[in-house]
Design a protein around this ligand. Structure first.
Ligand SMILES: Nc1nc2c(ncn2[C@@H]2O[C@H](COP(=O)(O)OP(=O)(O)OP(=O)(O)O)[C@@H](O)[C@H]2O)c(=O)[nH]1
Ligand SMILES: [Mg+2]
Length: 244
């Protein structure tokens, strides 16, 4: 039996919220978050229209959870690294060109052992933020494998953006900005460097995605076509240390 197209009905949203409740893991940072999680999910499924689904993917430790927390709460989760277990989500409403856009952002676990959980969520994603860590060459080298996985499991028209995170760690950098740009160009995806720690380009990454999804869903006849690549190129900010 085929599933209903994601994001098209309140029933779908409720299903997802119920699934989120069932799967809700202990919060990765050790707090009891079940109740917060439940009320968040309940509150979300009572609002309409259905949110646009954005998924964060990439190797473990690249900063997916920190990026989401920075975007949602404006804070950086310093301290010891506690890996995400399974999958979690946070909601955020953005105002894009005067229109409210609801994003439901899925924070996936980068660890290999959770890969099958993540696979199940790909096809409902409207957008994917694919992260690597500029201080970790292996996370950059694995981007091609992630792209293969995305190709296999995500919708063909999914909005995709490549992010090189932790750009604040200039001394530990091993992946040059140019390498990220080259790889992104090769695959035809927009690219920017970010820092969940300093906040660099975090808002921009999500806003760019929201703008693209909003333009796709509204398709106003007199509105000029939104070009995500051009928008990102125009708006992106360098880390201030390494731009030529
Ligand atoms: N310097 C710096 N450290 C960061 C940044 N983002 C995340 N970190 C650190 O990197 C570590 C991993 O961050 P997480 O956000 O938990 O990584 P993750 O991608 O969610 O990892 P998994 O949940 O295992 O997939 C933590 O110790 C963070 O404090 C950043 O922008 N700059
Ligand atoms: Mg995480």
């Amino acid at each position: 039996m085929g599933r209903e197209k994601p994001g098209t009905s309140g029933a779908w949203t409720k299903l997802r919220a119920a699934a989120a409740l069932q799967d809700a893991p202990e919060h990765p940072r050790g707090h009891r978050r079940d109740r917060v999680h439940q009320s968040r999910a309940r509150e979300w499924c009572l609002t309409s229209p259905p949110p646009l689904q954005v998924m964060l993917v990439g190797d473990s430790g690249v900063g997916k959870t920190c990026l989401l927390v920075r975007f949602k709460d404006g804070a950086f989760l310093a301290g010891s690294f506690i890996s995400t277990v399974g999958i979690d989500f946070r909601n955020k409403v953005l105002t894009v060109d005067g229109v409210k856009v609801k994003l439901q952002i899925w924070d996936t676990a980068g660890q290999e052992r959770f890969r099958s959980v993540t696979h199940a969520y790909y096809r409902d994603a409207h957008a994917l933020l694919l992260l690597y860590d500029v201080t970790n060459k292996a996370s950059f080298d694995n981007i091609q494998a992630w792209l293969t996985e995305i190709h296999e499991y995500a919708q063909q028209d999914v909005v995709l953006m490549l992010l090189g995170n932790k750009v604040d760690s200039a001394q530990d950098r091993v992946v040059k900005r140019e390498d990220g740009e080259k790889l992104a160009k090769e695959y035809g995806v927009p690219f920017m460097e970010t820092s969940a720690k300093s906040g660099l380009n975090v808002e921009l990454a999500f806003t760019a995605i929201a703008k693209e999804l909003k333009h796709r869903s509204m398709k106003l006849p007199n509105e000029p076509k939104f070009k995500l690549h051009d928008y990102v190129k125009k708006e992106v900010r360098g880390s201030g240390c390494c731009r030529s």
